[in-house]
Write a new protein. Structure first.
Length: 267
C-alpha cells in the first residue's frame, strides 16, 4: 500500500478495512485489534507506518446530535507501525438511532462545502439521511434497505427498468402493504411471471420506495446530495428525481479521503 492511512469499520462482528480502492472484510470476534493487525501488517511496505481511522470501535461512546463532526478519541498503538484513531459515532434519542462509518462521509462533504445546508443521503448497508446545518449534524435517520435487499434478492445489481419506477411509486403510495408486495414478488418469480432481473428490480423499487415514504421529512423540499456510487446510488438518484427532488451526487471515495484528513487534522 502506498498511502499512510487506512479506514476501518467495525459492525456486526465484522471488520471492514479500506486500503485505497481495496476493501477487505473478515470476522473479528472479540479481538478487532488482532484482526486489524493480521490484515494490515502484511500489506505494509518495509519501514512504513500507517494511521487507521476506525469507526464502531469498542469502548468509544457515540455523541448525541446535534453536534459538529466528532473528533477522534485518544490514539491507540496496536503495533509499532500501526496507530489507531477511533472516531465516535452519532446517536439520537427520538427516534433511537445510531450511525458510525457515515460520520467520515459527512466530515468529508463539509470539508469541501462548509456552508452546506441540507440533507446528505448516504446509501450503503445502512443508508443514512443526515440533516446538516451551520456545520453541525442536526438529526438523522437510518434504514436497513440495502441489507434487506441483499437478503431477499438473488441479483440486487440488476439493471434499472421501468419496473423499478412502478415499484417505487407503489410502495410510496401504500407503504403499509410492503410485506405483502414483497411476498407477491417471490410468488411471481416462483410462478414464472417474473424473471430474476425483473424480480430484483421490483424488490429494489419496493424497498427504496418504502424508505423514501418514511424519509419524506428529510428530502421533501430539501437540498439533497447523495454520497455514493454504483448501482445503489443510481437507484436512489432515480427514485428521488422521480419525486421532483433536485438531487446532486458526490463521490464517496473523495468524501472519505477528505473526511479522514479532516478528523486527523489538529482541532
Amino acid at each position: 500500500m502506498q498511502q499512510d492511512w487506512a479506514a476501518a469499520e467495525l459492525a456486526g462482528g465484522e471488520l471492514r478495512l479500506r486500503l485505497g480502492d481495496e476493501v477487505l472484510a473478515v470476522p473479528c470476534g472479540d479481538d478487532p485489534a488482532g484482526a486489524l493487525c493480521t490484515l494490515l501488517l502484511p500489506r505494509l511496505s518495509l519501514g512504513q507506518a500507517v494511521t487507521v481511522v476506525a469507526t464502531g470501535w469498542p469502548g468509544v461512546a457515540p455523541i448525541a446530535v446535534p453536534c459538529p463532526v466528532p473528533r477522534p478519541a485518544t490514539a491507540l498503538r496496536l503495533d509499532p507501525r500501526i496507530s489507531l484513531r477511533p472516531v465516535p459515532g452519532l446517536m439520537q434519542d427520538r427516534p433511537p438511532d445510531l450511525i458510525q462509518a457515515q460520520v467520515l462521509l459527512v466530515a468529508g462533504h463539509l470539508a469541501k462545502d462548509p456552508d452546506f445546508d441540507g440533507i446528505l443521503c448516504l446509501p450503503g448497508r445502512q443508508t443514512a439521511w443526515a440533516q446538516v446545518s451551520a456545520q453541525e449534524i442536526v438529526s438523522f435517520r437510518s434504514f436497513l434497505t440495502a441489507e434487506m435487499l441483499s437478503t431477499l434478492s438473488r441479483d440486487p445489481e440488476a439493471a434499472v427498468t421501468a419496473g423499478f419506477d412502478d415499484a417505487v411509486s407503489q410502495a410510496m403510495s401504500r407503504p403499509a402493504a410492503l410485506a405483502a408486495e414483497l411476498s407477491s414478488v417471490r410468488a411471481g418469480l416462483a410462478l414464472g411471471r417474473l424473471d430474476g432481473p425483473q424480480a430484483a428490480d421490483r424488490l429494489a423499487g419496493l424497498l427504496i420506495g418504502a424508505e423514501l415514504a418514511a424519509a419524506r421529512p428529510w428530502w421533501l423540499g430539501q437540498n439533497v446530495v447523495v454520497i455514493a456510487g454504483g448501482w445503489l446510488a443510481d437507484r436512489y438518484l432515480r427514485a428521488l428525481a422521480a419525486q421532483g427532488v433536485a438531487v446532486a451526487q458526490a463521490d464517496p471515495a473523495q468524501a472519505l479521503q477528505r473526511g479522514i484528513r479532516t478528523v486527523l487534522s489538529p482541532a
